[in-house]
Write a protein that binds this ligand. Structure first.
Ligand code: GLU
Length: 304
């Protein structure tokens, strides 16, 4: 059931993208996605060792990292259905981290994990770390650890271009609003805007499909994700209003693996300093027209 819906959502978006490309307005060529030859290449720290991390040691024995990600968030984490290749800013962050941990990024095995399943995937050891628009907060810190943050997003609203009544979360009373189960934007609408008619699916692409077919009036999640969808079909979708939350993105790790968490903190700091972060941003999320928000300071909270 979910699979069918996801496929349908992908089809609608692909069809619309093709349509937009075909009838692209004069002077406004369709926005292209990340181009493989423009992506940075990250130097692999071949001598790196982290035996105090059980996750790292297990990956070393396996020979590669297994990384959780999203597959339907344009410019952030997107899987090409034809080639199976993942691309986007989160994917670049995952690759930088891999290189810093001594693993060639080309060998990463990506696994798509939905918002509601991230904590369980990390707790079961299904993945070594997770990079996918994952907000750091105290509730989640009880279950998993977070390296970073490596980016600061904010909750926003996506509507159809023919919608004029919704300009901010206060306009959602009585409107059908879609978000992903288990996400912070879903929880915020539920608690702060209880008069909105909230609808939840596994993924935002299903929400966008429902928006395009007039089943819902708005989609809410981070502005990063929403601007990606809007950039793909600018004639159909627009992001409205100002961001109304702070969503600092972290790299999810198993809660007990402080050694891995601190190594990722160091790696993020290094990649911000040496220009890799900016180059990765420009080659991915930057293509959606979004200016890079300054990277927030690394949290590096003490081991509990
Ligand atoms: N950053 C938010 C969260 O972690 C929304 C995006 C997502 O669901 O991945 O819940």
């Amino acid at each position: 059931m979910v699979r069918t819906k996801r496929t349908l959502a992908a089809l609608v978006l692909t069809a619309l993208a093709v349509l937009t490309a075909a009838c692209g307005k004069e002077g406004s060529p369709p926005v292209k996605g990340p181009q493989p030859d423009e992506l940075p290449v990250y130097r692999v720290a071949a001598q790196f060792q982290l035996p105090s991390s059980s996750t790292w040691s297990k990956a070393k024995r396996r020979g590669h990292l297994v990384v959780g990600a999203k597959e339907d968030q344009p410019y952030m984490g997107e899987k090409d259905p034809a080639t199976g290749v993942y691309s986007g800013f989160d994917i670049e962050i995952a690759k930088m981290m891999s290189a810093s941990l001594g693993f060639d990024p080309k060998t990463i095995e990506f696994k798509t994990i939905a918002s509601a399943n991230r904590e369980t995937a990390l707790q079961n050891g299904q993945i070594d770390y997770y990079v996918g628009t994952y907000t750091i907060n105290d509730n989640r810190k009880k279950l998993v650890g977070f390296g970073g943050p490596y980016y600061l997003a904010g909750q926003g609203l996506l509507v159809r271009t023919d919608e004029n009544d919704i300009n901010g979360p206060k306009d959602l009373d009585g409107k059908r609003v879609c978000s992903a189960a288990g996400s912070t934007p879903y929880q915020r609408i539920q608690s702060d805007y209880p008069k909105a008619e909230l609808v939840a699916y596994d993924t935002y692409s299903i929400c966008v499909d429902n928006l395009l077919t007039y089943q819902v009036d708005a989609v809410t999640t981070d502005d990063t994700i929403l601007s990606g969808y809007a950039a793909k079909v600018p004639d159909e979708l627009k992001v409205v209003g100002k961001p109304f939350s702070a969503e600092p993105y972290g790299i999810g790790v198993p809660k007990s693996d402080n050694a891995l968490r601190f190594a990722l903190d160091d790696a993020i700091a290094l990649r911000e300093k040496n220009g890799d972060w900016q180059q990765a941003y420009d080659a991915t999320l930057g293509l959606s027209g979004r200016k890079a928000a300054p990277a927030p300071p690394i949290d590096r909270y003490p081991a509990s």
